[in-house]
Design a protein around this ligand. Structure first.
Ligand SMILES: Cc1cc2nc3c(=O)[nH]c(=O)nc-3n(C[C@H](O)[C@H](O)[C@H](O)COP(=O)(O)OP(=O)(O)OC[C@H]3O[C@@H](n4cnc5c(N)ncnc54)[C@H](O)[C@@H]3O)c2cc1C
Length: 428
Protein backbone atom coordinates (compact mmCIF):
# COMPACT_ATOMS: atom_id res chain seq x y z
CA UNK A 1 0.00 0.00 0.00
CA UNK A 2 1.47 3.38 -0.99
CA UNK A 3 1.13 6.32 1.35
CA UNK A 4 -1.00 8.19 -1.18
CA UNK A 5 -3.43 5.28 -1.05
CA UNK A 6 -3.32 4.85 2.69
CA UNK A 7 -6.58 3.54 3.95
CA UNK A 8 -8.74 5.88 5.84
CA UNK A 9 -8.53 3.95 9.07
CA UNK A 10 -4.77 4.66 9.31
CA UNK A 11 -4.09 7.06 12.15
CA UNK A 12 -2.19 10.30 11.76
CA UNK A 13 1.30 9.89 13.29
CA UNK A 14 0.99 12.93 15.52
CA UNK A 15 -2.35 12.04 17.10
CA UNK A 16 -5.69 13.77 16.85
CA UNK A 17 -6.02 17.45 15.99
CA UNK A 18 -8.99 19.74 16.14
CA UNK A 19 -9.49 20.70 12.50
CA UNK A 20 -11.60 23.31 10.73
CA UNK A 21 -12.24 22.93 7.03
CA UNK A 22 -13.60 26.15 5.50
CA UNK A 23 -15.79 25.56 2.42
CA UNK A 24 -18.06 22.56 1.88
CA UNK A 25 -17.73 22.14 -1.87
CA UNK A 26 -16.33 18.97 -3.45
CA UNK A 27 -12.79 19.73 -2.30
CA UNK A 28 -13.79 20.66 1.27
CA UNK A 29 -16.10 17.71 1.91
CA UNK A 30 -13.42 15.30 0.66
CA UNK A 31 -10.75 16.91 2.87
CA UNK A 32 -13.10 16.87 5.88
CA UNK A 33 -14.04 13.20 5.44
CA UNK A 34 -10.43 12.13 4.95
CA UNK A 35 -9.29 14.12 8.02
CA UNK A 36 -12.05 12.46 10.02
CA UNK A 37 -10.89 9.05 8.84
CA UNK A 38 -7.38 9.83 10.10
CA UNK A 39 -8.88 10.21 13.55
CA UNK A 40 -9.16 13.99 13.94
CA UNK A 41 -12.03 16.08 15.34
CA UNK A 42 -13.32 17.88 12.26
CA UNK A 43 -15.61 20.88 11.82
CA UNK A 44 -16.73 21.86 8.34
CA UNK A 45 -17.84 25.49 7.93
CA UNK A 46 -19.68 26.91 4.94
CA UNK A 47 -21.72 30.08 4.70
CA UNK A 48 -24.26 28.37 2.44
CA UNK A 49 -24.19 24.74 3.60
CA UNK A 50 -22.92 21.71 1.64
CA UNK A 51 -22.45 22.40 -2.10
CA UNK A 52 -23.47 26.03 -1.62
CA UNK A 53 -20.99 27.11 -4.32
CA UNK A 54 -19.80 25.88 -7.68
CA UNK A 55 -19.89 22.20 -6.80
CA UNK A 56 -23.69 22.32 -6.95
CA UNK A 57 -24.22 23.15 -10.60
CA UNK A 58 -21.39 21.68 -12.64
CA UNK A 59 -21.84 19.23 -15.51
CA UNK A 60 -21.34 16.29 -13.16
CA UNK A 61 -18.61 14.63 -15.19
CA UNK A 62 -15.72 12.76 -13.61
CA UNK A 63 -13.62 14.00 -16.48
CA UNK A 64 -10.30 12.25 -15.91
CA UNK A 65 -9.09 12.95 -19.43
CA UNK A 66 -9.83 16.71 -19.23
CA UNK A 67 -6.18 17.55 -18.75
CA UNK A 68 -6.16 20.23 -21.47
CA UNK A 69 -6.62 23.79 -20.12
CA UNK A 70 -8.72 26.54 -21.74
CA UNK A 71 -5.49 28.33 -22.70
CA UNK A 72 -4.58 26.13 -25.65
CA UNK A 73 -2.35 27.42 -28.47
CA UNK A 74 -4.51 29.52 -30.79
CA UNK A 75 -6.94 30.84 -28.15
CA UNK A 76 -5.52 34.39 -28.37
CA UNK A 77 -6.34 34.46 -32.10
CA UNK A 78 -9.84 33.00 -31.66
CA UNK A 79 -11.02 34.75 -28.47
CA UNK A 80 -11.67 38.30 -29.79
CA UNK A 81 -13.95 36.99 -32.56
CA UNK A 82 -15.76 34.76 -30.06
CA UNK A 83 -16.45 37.71 -27.74
CA UNK A 84 -18.36 39.54 -30.45
CA UNK A 85 -20.47 36.54 -31.44
CA UNK A 86 -23.33 35.72 -29.01
CA UNK A 87 -23.43 32.17 -30.44
CA UNK A 88 -19.91 31.47 -29.14
CA UNK A 89 -19.42 30.25 -25.55
CA UNK A 90 -17.12 33.09 -24.40
CA UNK A 91 -18.58 36.21 -22.77
CA UNK A 92 -17.17 39.26 -21.03
CA UNK A 93 -18.94 41.88 -18.93
CA UNK A 94 -17.03 44.76 -20.53
CA UNK A 95 -17.14 46.97 -17.43
CA UNK A 96 -15.13 44.29 -15.65
CA UNK A 97 -12.25 44.37 -18.17
CA UNK A 98 -9.98 46.81 -16.25
CA UNK A 99 -10.16 44.56 -13.18
CA UNK A 100 -9.66 41.44 -15.29
CA UNK A 101 -6.56 42.57 -17.20
CA UNK A 102 -3.92 41.94 -14.47
CA UNK A 103 -5.14 38.34 -14.37
CA UNK A 104 -5.90 37.95 -18.07
CA UNK A 105 -2.46 38.87 -19.38
CA UNK A 106 -0.51 36.23 -17.41
CA UNK A 107 -3.34 33.74 -18.02
CA UNK A 108 -3.05 34.10 -21.79
CA UNK A 109 0.75 33.78 -21.61
CA UNK A 110 0.14 30.08 -21.02
CA UNK A 111 -1.49 29.62 -24.43
CA UNK A 112 1.44 27.72 -25.90
CA UNK A 113 2.29 24.07 -26.42
CA UNK A 114 4.94 23.85 -23.70
CA UNK A 115 2.66 25.18 -20.97
CA UNK A 116 -0.30 23.12 -22.22
CA UNK A 117 1.84 20.00 -21.83
CA UNK A 118 3.11 21.11 -18.40
CA UNK A 119 -0.44 21.86 -17.16
CA UNK A 120 -1.70 18.50 -18.43
CA UNK A 121 1.12 16.73 -16.58
CA UNK A 122 0.18 18.57 -13.37
CA UNK A 123 -3.56 17.89 -13.68
CA UNK A 124 -3.33 14.21 -14.56
CA UNK A 125 -2.23 12.94 -11.10
CA UNK A 126 -5.11 14.91 -9.50
CA UNK A 127 -7.91 13.92 -11.89
CA UNK A 128 -6.66 10.81 -13.71
CA UNK A 129 -8.33 8.22 -11.43
CA UNK A 130 -11.39 10.24 -10.48
CA UNK A 131 -14.02 7.50 -10.75
CA UNK A 132 -12.05 5.24 -8.41
CA UNK A 133 -11.30 8.17 -6.08
CA UNK A 134 -15.02 9.00 -5.77
CA UNK A 135 -15.93 5.35 -5.33
CA UNK A 136 -13.38 5.09 -2.51
CA UNK A 137 -14.61 8.28 -0.81
CA UNK A 138 -18.26 7.24 -0.87
CA UNK A 139 -17.74 3.47 -0.39
CA UNK A 140 -20.49 1.83 1.64
CA UNK A 141 -22.45 5.09 2.13
CA UNK A 142 -25.72 6.55 0.87
CA UNK A 143 -23.72 8.83 -1.44
CA UNK A 144 -22.57 5.91 -3.61
CA UNK A 145 -25.88 5.87 -5.43
CA UNK A 146 -25.02 9.08 -7.33
CA UNK A 147 -21.77 7.77 -8.87
CA UNK A 148 -22.28 6.24 -12.32
CA UNK A 149 -19.38 4.65 -14.23
CA UNK A 150 -19.83 5.58 -17.91
CA UNK A 151 -18.05 6.76 -21.05
CA UNK A 152 -17.55 10.49 -21.53
CA UNK A 153 -18.23 11.05 -25.21
CA UNK A 154 -16.87 13.96 -27.26
CA UNK A 155 -18.97 14.42 -30.38
CA UNK A 156 -17.96 16.02 -33.68
CA UNK A 157 -19.65 16.89 -36.95
CA UNK A 158 -17.23 14.50 -38.66
CA UNK A 159 -13.79 12.93 -38.32
CA UNK A 160 -12.07 15.99 -39.85
CA UNK A 161 -13.31 18.13 -36.94
CA UNK A 162 -11.76 15.64 -34.51
CA UNK A 163 -8.48 15.49 -36.47
CA UNK A 164 -8.18 19.30 -36.38
CA UNK A 165 -7.38 19.10 -32.67
CA UNK A 166 -4.94 16.18 -32.94
CA UNK A 167 -2.08 17.61 -30.81
CA UNK A 168 -4.45 17.84 -27.80
CA UNK A 169 -5.64 14.26 -28.33
CA UNK A 170 -2.01 13.15 -28.49
CA UNK A 171 -1.47 14.70 -25.04
CA UNK A 172 -4.50 12.86 -23.63
CA UNK A 173 -3.24 9.60 -25.11
CA UNK A 174 0.25 10.17 -23.69
CA UNK A 175 -1.35 10.60 -20.24
CA UNK A 176 -2.86 7.12 -20.55
CA UNK A 177 -6.44 8.05 -21.54
CA UNK A 178 -7.97 5.62 -24.03
CA UNK A 179 -10.99 5.97 -26.22
CA UNK A 180 -13.12 4.18 -28.78
CA UNK A 181 -14.00 6.03 -32.00
CA UNK A 182 -17.48 5.64 -33.53
CA UNK A 183 -18.17 6.90 -37.04
CA UNK A 184 -21.31 7.18 -39.21
CA UNK A 185 -23.65 4.21 -38.61
CA UNK A 186 -21.54 2.92 -35.74
CA UNK A 187 -21.92 6.32 -34.03
CA UNK A 188 -25.69 6.32 -34.56
CA UNK A 189 -25.87 2.79 -33.16
CA UNK A 190 -23.72 3.75 -30.15
CA UNK A 191 -26.03 6.63 -29.20
CA UNK A 192 -28.73 7.97 -31.54
CA UNK A 193 -29.36 11.05 -29.35
CA UNK A 194 -27.29 13.47 -31.49
CA UNK A 195 -26.76 11.32 -34.57
CA UNK A 196 -28.73 13.69 -36.86
CA UNK A 197 -26.20 16.50 -36.46
CA UNK A 198 -23.02 14.57 -35.61
CA UNK A 199 -21.25 11.70 -37.39
CA UNK A 200 -18.26 11.08 -35.16
CA UNK A 201 -17.91 10.25 -31.46
CA UNK A 202 -14.93 9.63 -29.21
CA UNK A 203 -15.98 7.64 -26.15
CA UNK A 204 -13.44 8.12 -23.36
CA UNK A 205 -13.09 4.95 -21.30
CA UNK A 206 -12.91 4.58 -17.51
CA UNK A 207 -14.89 7.76 -16.83
CA UNK A 208 -17.98 8.43 -14.78
CA UNK A 209 -20.57 10.97 -13.75
CA UNK A 210 -22.43 12.18 -10.70
CA UNK A 211 -26.16 11.98 -11.32
CA UNK A 212 -26.91 15.01 -9.10
CA UNK A 213 -23.83 16.81 -7.74
CA UNK A 214 -25.73 18.82 -5.10
CA UNK A 215 -27.47 15.72 -3.73
CA UNK A 216 -24.20 13.78 -3.78
CA UNK A 217 -22.36 16.35 -1.67
CA UNK A 218 -25.35 16.72 0.67
CA UNK A 219 -25.24 12.93 1.21
CA UNK A 220 -21.48 13.02 1.83
CA UNK A 221 -22.04 15.81 4.38
CA UNK A 222 -24.65 13.65 6.11
CA UNK A 223 -22.19 10.76 6.27
CA UNK A 224 -19.61 13.17 7.71
CA UNK A 225 -21.95 14.36 10.49
CA UNK A 226 -23.23 10.81 11.17
CA UNK A 227 -19.60 9.85 11.75
CA UNK A 228 -19.23 12.58 14.38
CA UNK A 229 -18.17 15.57 12.28
CA UNK A 230 -19.62 18.99 12.98
CA UNK A 231 -21.14 21.10 10.22
CA UNK A 232 -21.55 24.84 10.85
CA UNK A 233 -23.25 27.38 8.59
CA UNK A 234 -21.31 30.63 8.93
CA UNK A 235 -19.25 33.10 6.96
CA UNK A 236 -15.58 32.81 7.87
CA UNK A 237 -14.05 36.28 8.19
CA UNK A 238 -10.47 35.39 9.01
CA UNK A 239 -8.04 32.60 9.76
CA UNK A 240 -6.35 33.45 13.06
CA UNK A 241 -2.69 32.82 13.86
CA UNK A 242 -0.12 33.73 16.49
CA UNK A 243 3.65 33.43 16.44
CA UNK A 244 3.62 31.58 13.14
CA UNK A 245 1.02 28.99 14.22
CA UNK A 246 -2.64 28.81 13.30
CA UNK A 247 -5.02 29.27 16.22
CA UNK A 248 -8.41 28.91 14.51
CA UNK A 249 -10.93 31.04 12.61
CA UNK A 250 -13.19 34.00 13.17
CA UNK A 251 -16.74 33.53 11.96
CA UNK A 252 -19.83 35.64 12.72
CA UNK A 253 -17.70 37.79 15.04
CA UNK A 254 -16.75 34.77 17.18
CA UNK A 255 -13.45 32.93 17.46
CA UNK A 256 -13.29 29.16 17.09
CA UNK A 257 -9.97 27.53 17.94
CA UNK A 258 -8.28 24.78 15.96
CA UNK A 259 -4.91 23.06 15.53
CA UNK A 260 -5.36 22.85 11.78
CA UNK A 261 -7.32 24.95 9.27
CA UNK A 262 -7.86 23.85 5.67
CA UNK A 263 -9.09 26.52 3.27
CA UNK A 264 -11.21 25.13 0.43
CA UNK A 265 -13.33 28.11 -0.55
CA UNK A 266 -13.00 27.75 -4.33
CA UNK A 267 -13.31 30.98 -6.30
CA UNK A 268 -13.75 32.97 -3.06
CA UNK A 269 -10.37 31.97 -1.64
CA UNK A 270 -8.44 35.09 -2.70
CA UNK A 271 -9.47 37.35 0.19
CA UNK A 272 -8.83 34.87 2.99
CA UNK A 273 -5.51 33.86 1.39
CA UNK A 274 -4.47 37.51 1.10
CA UNK A 275 -5.06 38.05 4.83
CA UNK A 276 -2.44 35.35 5.37
CA UNK A 277 0.01 37.17 3.13
CA UNK A 278 -0.56 34.89 0.14
CA UNK A 279 -1.39 36.55 -3.16
CA UNK A 280 -2.82 34.10 -5.68
CA UNK A 281 -3.81 35.41 -9.13
CA UNK A 282 -7.31 33.91 -8.97
CA UNK A 283 -10.33 34.81 -11.12
CA UNK A 284 -13.87 33.52 -11.22
CA UNK A 285 -14.62 31.91 -14.57
CA UNK A 286 -18.37 32.12 -14.59
CA UNK A 287 -20.21 29.12 -16.05
CA UNK A 288 -23.88 28.36 -16.65
CA UNK A 289 -26.31 25.50 -16.73
CA UNK A 290 -29.87 24.96 -17.90
CA UNK A 291 -31.79 21.87 -16.78
CA UNK A 292 -34.62 20.37 -18.81
CA UNK A 293 -36.69 18.21 -16.48
CA UNK A 294 -38.41 14.97 -17.48
CA UNK A 295 -37.27 15.02 -21.15
CA UNK A 296 -38.78 12.60 -23.64
CA UNK A 297 -35.30 11.22 -24.39
CA UNK A 298 -31.79 11.34 -22.93
CA UNK A 299 -28.28 10.67 -24.20
CA UNK A 300 -26.76 7.36 -23.14
CA UNK A 301 -23.61 9.02 -21.74
CA UNK A 302 -22.56 12.60 -21.01
CA UNK A 303 -21.80 14.29 -24.33
CA UNK A 304 -19.28 17.06 -24.95
CA UNK A 305 -20.43 18.89 -28.08
CA UNK A 306 -17.01 19.90 -29.38
CA UNK A 307 -18.18 22.64 -31.77
CA UNK A 308 -20.27 24.43 -29.13
CA UNK A 309 -18.05 23.55 -26.15
CA UNK A 310 -20.95 22.57 -23.92
CA UNK A 311 -21.88 19.36 -22.18
CA UNK A 312 -25.17 17.47 -22.06
CA UNK A 313 -25.38 15.22 -19.02
CA UNK A 314 -28.19 12.71 -18.43
CA UNK A 315 -28.78 13.41 -14.73
CA UNK A 316 -31.50 12.10 -12.44
CA UNK A 317 -34.85 13.07 -13.99
CA UNK A 318 -33.33 15.79 -16.15
CA UNK A 319 -30.81 16.72 -18.80
CA UNK A 320 -28.30 19.32 -17.65
CA UNK A 321 -26.67 21.46 -20.36
CA UNK A 322 -23.58 23.15 -18.93
CA UNK A 323 -20.65 25.18 -20.11
CA UNK A 324 -19.84 28.78 -21.14
CA UNK A 325 -16.94 30.88 -19.94
CA UNK A 326 -17.90 34.39 -18.86
CA UNK A 327 -15.60 36.90 -17.17
CA UNK A 328 -17.44 39.27 -14.86
CA UNK A 329 -16.22 38.64 -11.33
CA UNK A 330 -17.84 37.25 -8.20
CA UNK A 331 -20.43 39.92 -7.54
CA UNK A 332 -22.42 40.55 -10.74
CA UNK A 333 -25.72 38.72 -11.23
CA UNK A 334 -26.07 36.09 -13.97
CA UNK A 335 -26.23 37.44 -17.54
CA UNK A 336 -29.06 36.60 -19.91
CA UNK A 337 -26.99 35.91 -23.07
CA UNK A 338 -25.33 32.67 -21.86
CA UNK A 339 -28.74 31.15 -20.99
CA UNK A 340 -30.02 32.18 -24.43
CA UNK A 341 -27.02 30.48 -26.05
CA UNK A 342 -27.64 27.22 -24.16
CA UNK A 343 -31.31 27.25 -25.24
CA UNK A 344 -30.28 28.08 -28.81
CA UNK A 345 -28.08 24.96 -28.69
CA UNK A 346 -31.06 22.89 -27.58
CA UNK A 347 -33.12 24.08 -30.54
CA UNK A 348 -30.24 23.67 -32.99
CA UNK A 349 -29.02 20.24 -31.94
CA UNK A 350 -32.09 18.65 -30.31
CA UNK A 351 -35.10 19.97 -32.27
CA UNK A 352 -37.34 17.06 -31.27
CA UNK A 353 -36.61 17.23 -27.57
CA UNK A 354 -39.57 17.87 -25.26
CA UNK A 355 -39.42 18.55 -21.55
CA UNK A 356 -41.36 19.91 -18.57
CA UNK A 357 -39.90 22.42 -16.14
CA UNK A 358 -36.69 24.37 -16.83
CA UNK A 359 -34.17 25.47 -14.18
CA UNK A 360 -31.13 27.75 -14.57
CA UNK A 361 -27.94 28.37 -12.62
CA UNK A 362 -24.71 30.34 -12.80
CA UNK A 363 -21.54 29.49 -10.85
CA UNK A 364 -17.90 30.47 -10.44
CA UNK A 365 -15.01 28.23 -11.46
CA UNK A 366 -11.91 29.00 -9.38
CA UNK A 367 -9.24 29.92 -11.94
CA UNK A 368 -5.58 30.60 -11.13
CA UNK A 369 -3.63 32.09 -14.05
CA UNK A 370 -1.72 28.87 -14.69
CA UNK A 371 -4.77 26.54 -14.59
CA UNK A 372 -3.14 24.37 -11.90
CA UNK A 373 -4.81 24.06 -8.48
CA UNK A 374 -3.15 25.28 -5.32
CA UNK A 375 -2.65 22.35 -2.93
CA UNK A 376 -0.36 22.62 0.05
CA UNK A 377 0.75 24.35 3.22
CA UNK A 378 0.82 28.09 3.77
CA UNK A 379 4.38 29.37 4.10
CA UNK A 380 5.17 31.05 7.41
CA UNK A 381 2.04 29.88 9.27
CA UNK A 382 2.19 26.34 10.56
CA UNK A 383 -1.06 24.42 10.47
CA UNK A 384 -2.86 26.18 7.57
CA UNK A 385 -3.39 24.38 4.26
CA UNK A 386 -5.13 25.44 1.06
CA UNK A 387 -6.83 23.50 -1.74
CA UNK A 388 -8.58 25.44 -4.48
CA UNK A 389 -8.25 26.54 -8.09
CA UNK A 390 -9.49 23.51 -10.03
CA UNK A 391 -11.00 25.47 -12.93
CA UNK A 392 -13.19 23.09 -14.98
CA UNK A 393 -12.28 19.90 -13.11
CA UNK A 394 -12.91 20.46 -9.39
CA UNK A 395 -15.62 17.81 -9.10
CA UNK A 396 -13.25 15.41 -10.83
CA UNK A 397 -10.20 16.31 -8.75
CA UNK A 398 -11.91 16.95 -5.41
CA UNK A 399 -11.37 13.52 -3.79
CA UNK A 400 -7.66 13.32 -4.64
CA UNK A 401 -7.11 16.92 -3.52
CA UNK A 402 -8.98 16.22 -0.27
CA UNK A 403 -6.85 13.14 0.32
CA UNK A 404 -3.61 15.05 -0.25
CA UNK A 405 -4.70 17.92 2.02
CA UNK A 406 -5.69 15.47 4.75
CA UNK A 407 -2.33 13.74 4.55
CA UNK A 408 -0.38 17.00 4.72
CA UNK A 409 -2.50 18.28 7.61
CA UNK A 410 -1.94 14.95 9.41
CA UNK A 411 1.85 15.29 9.02
CA UNK A 412 2.00 12.49 6.45
CA UNK A 413 4.11 13.22 3.38
CA UNK A 414 2.31 11.90 0.27
CA UNK A 415 4.61 9.89 -1.98
CA UNK A 416 4.04 12.10 -5.00
CA UNK A 417 5.75 15.29 -6.05
CA UNK A 418 3.50 18.21 -5.02
CA UNK A 419 5.78 21.02 -6.20
CA UNK A 420 3.53 21.86 -9.20
CA UNK A 421 0.66 22.75 -6.81
CA UNK A 422 2.75 24.73 -4.30
CA UNK A 423 1.43 28.27 -3.79
CA UNK A 424 5.01 29.56 -3.53
CA UNK A 425 5.15 29.38 -7.35
CA UNK A 426 3.27 32.69 -7.48
CA UNK A 427 5.73 34.53 -5.26
CA UNK A 428 8.88 33.58 -7.23
C1 LIG B 1 -20.93 25.29 -15.71
C2 LIG B 1 -19.87 24.50 -15.00
C3 LIG B 1 -19.67 23.17 -15.35
C4 LIG B 1 -18.68 22.42 -14.70
N1 LIG B 1 -18.56 21.09 -15.00
C5 LIG B 1 -17.66 20.34 -14.34
C6 LIG B 1 -17.59 18.94 -14.56
O1 LIG B 1 -18.37 18.37 -15.31
N2 LIG B 1 -16.64 18.23 -13.89
C7 LIG B 1 -15.76 18.84 -13.03
O2 LIG B 1 -14.90 18.17 -12.48
N3 LIG B 1 -15.85 20.16 -12.75
C8 LIG B 1 -16.77 20.92 -13.38
N4 LIG B 1 -16.87 22.26 -13.12
C9 LIG B 1 -15.91 22.87 -12.18
C10 LIG B 1 -16.24 22.52 -10.74
O3 LIG B 1 -17.61 22.70 -10.48
C11 LIG B 1 -15.39 23.35 -9.77
O4 LIG B 1 -14.03 23.26 -10.13
C12 LIG B 1 -15.58 22.83 -8.36
O5 LIG B 1 -16.93 22.84 -8.01
C13 LIG B 1 -14.79 23.64 -7.35
O6 LIG B 1 -15.01 23.04 -6.10
P1 LIG B 1 -14.53 23.71 -4.78
O7 LIG B 1 -14.85 22.80 -3.66
O8 LIG B 1 -13.11 24.15 -4.94
O9 LIG B 1 -15.37 25.08 -4.69
P2 LIG B 1 -16.93 25.34 -4.39
O10 LIG B 1 -17.77 24.21 -4.77
O11 LIG B 1 -17.26 26.67 -4.98
O12 LIG B 1 -16.97 25.41 -2.81
C14 LIG B 1 -16.47 26.53 -2.10
C15 LIG B 1 -17.38 26.71 -0.89
O13 LIG B 1 -16.82 27.70 -0.04
C16 LIG B 1 -17.88 28.43 0.56
N5 LIG B 1 -17.31 29.71 1.01
C17 LIG B 1 -16.67 30.63 0.25
N6 LIG B 1 -16.24 31.63 1.02
C18 LIG B 1 -16.60 31.32 2.29
C19 LIG B 1 -16.40 31.96 3.55
N7 LIG B 1 -15.74 33.11 3.67
N8 LIG B 1 -16.91 31.38 4.66
C20 LIG B 1 -17.58 30.19 4.59
N9 LIG B 1 -17.77 29.54 3.42
C21 LIG B 1 -17.28 30.10 2.29
C22 LIG B 1 -18.91 28.55 -0.54
O14 LIG B 1 -20.20 28.75 0.00
C23 LIG B 1 -18.78 27.20 -1.24
O15 LIG B 1 -19.72 26.25 -0.78
C24 LIG B 1 -17.85 23.04 -13.73
C25 LIG B 1 -18.07 24.37 -13.36
C26 LIG B 1 -19.08 25.09 -13.98
C27 LIG B 1 -19.31 26.51 -13.55
Amino acid sequence: MTKANMKAKDKAPSGAYSVIVVGAGMVGIAAAMRMQEYGHQVTLVDRAGPAGGTSFGNAGILASSSVIPVTTPGIIRKAPKMLFNPLQPLFLRWGYLPRLLPWLIPYLRHANMKDTQRIAEALNPIIGQSLQDHQALAAGTIAERWIKPCDYTYIFKDRAAFDADKPMWDIRKAMGHDWIEYEDDAFAAYDPFMADSHRFGVAMQNHGMIASPGDYIADLAKVFTDRGGQMITAEVEAISHENGHVTGIRAGGESVSADRVILTTGAWSGTLAKQLGISIPLEAERGYHVELWHPNTMPKTPLMVAAGKFVITPMKDRIRLAGIVEFGGLKAAASEAPFKLLMHNVRQYMPDLKWGEETRWMGHRPAPTDSIPVIGDVPGIKGVFMGFGHHHVGLTGGPKTGQLLAMLASDIQPNMDLSAYDMRRFSK
